[in-house]
Write a protein that binds this ligand. Structure first.
Ligand SMILES: *[C@@H]1O[C@H](CO)[C@@H](O)[C@H](O)[C@H]1NC(C)=O
Ligand SMILES: *[C@@H]1O[C@H](CO)[C@@H](O)[C@H](O)[C@H]1NC(C)=O
Ligand SMILES: *[C@@H]1O[C@H](CO)[C@@H](O)[C@H](O)[C@H]1NC(C)=O
Ligand SMILES: *[C@@H]1O[C@H](CO)[C@@H](O)[C@H](O)[C@H]1NC(C)=O
Length: 497
């Protein structure tokens, strides 16, 4: 068993508190030994040191500096760039088995291409070595909303197929430099949401959109750009994955996947229209990414509704994309009710939302504390949908967690209820034959959130952003997750002895 630090010595006293909020029917031992439990962050959200040691801005830095939609800059964030040793110790203290983080492309390759920045290379080598020396598996994401701004300026970033070549070369550098120690690679984080937020609604980097869909963009075309971007993301993902298969897999034995944001979905009524709309939502969110990877083309509902605005895979592209993944990364927080809105297909112009022809209402209360209402069935539904519709690929849940306002109590019992019920849903899915391999809670600590800045938090550790040292304090959920991972959750009798 791993050493506990002082703050975690409180653990026995908290056992009764856990019992009150969570009557667990399962333990770590109910999951296969090679199932992995981790927690995650991403580069721009935790590293800070945005202008240090040769790093150049990403599209996210630029948007954060523009003060768009109340977002504040992540220049300092949690300062993990300087505090990685301390943070790895926090992970080891709670018994984390794996850490999901992302590499900042513009820290490693400040011009977007080689030459490599030696300080960036050193940082990621240090972080990876520190994790491994504590027995924590590194799970690395290559693109987490943070394309180098220089490539956005040079050729329009992901709107151009030139991005495929540059992403492949960046991935090659990462496989070459880190692949002796990193066995799990996610190419693109939330490919679907990156396109929807960044190119349709204009609320996330690079904040492109056109009226009437997005409200405040100086450039963009919501009718076509999201589809072009996902097409290029899929080609870039496939190119990097195929490179790994050809040149690295035989010696490094790792795996490569892509991540999708998925909702749990329920038809609002029993009507045929609402049921069809629900299937459409699954196609437009999950199928958009997975259908090409499994079957070599977009789902039929998308080809019908989007028509000529949907890029067409050439025969060669289709062959490259089909089968180009070892695992699927799933990101799930919310469930939605789905109501048919086929009338939205008629007027022009169109965007992703009108093409989907469905109205989504977030399940549960929409007030902040309940924004991510507890709907654990949604995770099971998604896992079983992927099993049944996409040939049961290996799946890692790469994000799941509960938002609270940053200043809410450290006794985050609602977060414990949320996590324990979703993890139980993962166990049920496993028992029903899902090929799910791991679960990553979001997030290890309170970070700079893409929607909500520093005001909204998911962390197991509270971060005091007003403290010059950015002190981290474990919340009750950190103790809870630790006791699940260390297999002590079932032993309150030990607690009182
Ligand atoms: C729209 O953009 C302008 C200029 O960047 C900014 O001042 C304004 O706050 C933005 N409005 C909204 C609603 O985001
Ligand atoms: C978006 O692109 C489509 C297809 O090229 C075009 O018909 C439409 O006018 C464009 N919309 C805007 C806002 O530029
Ligand atoms: C249905 O689609 C129409 C046309 O796009 C839109 O004006 C309307 O707001 C949508 N209805 C709902 C309830 O979302
Ligand atoms: C907590 O933060 C929210 C904004 O995120 C604010 O409205 C609220 O007043 C704060 N509460 C306390 C107790 O500081």
């Amino acid at each position: 068993m791993k050493m506990l630090n002082n703050s975690l010595m409180l653990l026995p006293l908290l056992a009764l508190a856990f019992a009150a909020v969570s009557s667990l029917q399962y333990s770590r031992h109910d999951f296969p030994p090679d199932f992995v439990f981790g927690s995650g962050t991403s580069a721009f959200q935790v590293e800070g040191a945005a202008n240090e040691d040769g790093r150049t801005p990403s599209i996210w830095d630029v948007l954060a500096h523009a003060g768009h939609s109340g977002v504040v800059a992540g220049d300092v964030a949690c300062d993990q760039y300087h505090k990685y040793k301390e943070d790895v110790k926090l992970m080891a203290d709670i018994g984390l088995e794996a850490y999901r983080f992302s590499i900042s492309w513009s820290r490693l390759l400040p011009s977007g291409r080689e030459p490599v920045n030696p300080k960036g290379l050193q940082y990621y080598n240090n972080l990876i070595d520190e994790l491994i020396s504590h027995g924590i598996q590194p799970h690395v994401t290559l693109h987490h909303f943070d394309l180098p701004q220089t490539l956005e300026d040079e050729y329009g970033g992901w709107l151009s197929q030139e991005s495929v070549r540059d992403f492949t070369a960046y991935a090659d550098t990462c496989f070459k430099e880190f692949g002796d120690r990193v066995l799990h690679w996610t190419t693109i984080n939330e490919a679907n949401v990156f396109a929807l937020g960044g190119y349709d609604q204009g609320v996330s980097p690079p904040a492109r959109c056109s009226p009437p869909f997005g409200s405040n963009c100086s450039h963009g075309n919501s009718s076509i750009e999201p589809y072009i971007v996902v097409h290029n993301l899929l080609l870039a993902h496939a190119s990097a994955t195929n490179l790994y298969k050809k040149q690295y897999k035989y010696k490094q034995h790792g795996s490569v996947g892509i991540s999708v944001y998925a909702y749990g979905t329920v038809p609002l009524t029993d009507s045929v229209e609402d049921k069809q709309a629900t299937a459409r939502v699954n196609d437009f969110y999950i199928g958009w990414i997975l259908h090409p990877l499994v079957f070599g083309d977009y789902p039929e509902t998308m080809r019908t509704n989007v028509g000529s605005r949907l890029p067409v895979f050439t025969k060669e592209e289709s062959e490259q994309v089909k089968g180009a993944f070892d695992f699927v990364g799933v990101i799930n927080y919310l469930a939605v009710y789905v109501k048919d809105n086929s009338s939205s297909l008629k007027p022009n112009p169109q965007d992703l939302i009108t093409d989907t022809a469905a109205e989504l209402t977030v399940f549960g209360n929409t007030s902040l504390e309940n924004e991510h209402a507890n709907a654990p069935w949604s995770l099971q539904q998604i896992l079983l949908h992927i099993k049944e519709s996409y040939e049961n690929p290996p799946v890692y849940i790469l994000e799941n967690g509960q938002v609270t306002s940053h200043n809410s109590s450290l006794e985050d019992t609602t977060r414990i209820e949320y996590l324990s019920s979703y993890i139980e849903a993962v166990l049920h899915s496993l028992r029903k034959g899902s090929n799910v391999k791991g679960y990553f809670q979001w997030s290890l600590m309170d970070v700079f959130e893409i929607f909500g800045g520093f005001e909204k938090s998911y962390g197991l550790y509270y971060v005091d952003f007003k403290d010059p040292y950015l002190k981290r304090i474990p919340k009750l959920s950190a103790h809870w997750y630790s006791s699940l991972l260390m297999g002590t959750l079932h032993q309150p009798s030990h607690a009182s002895s």
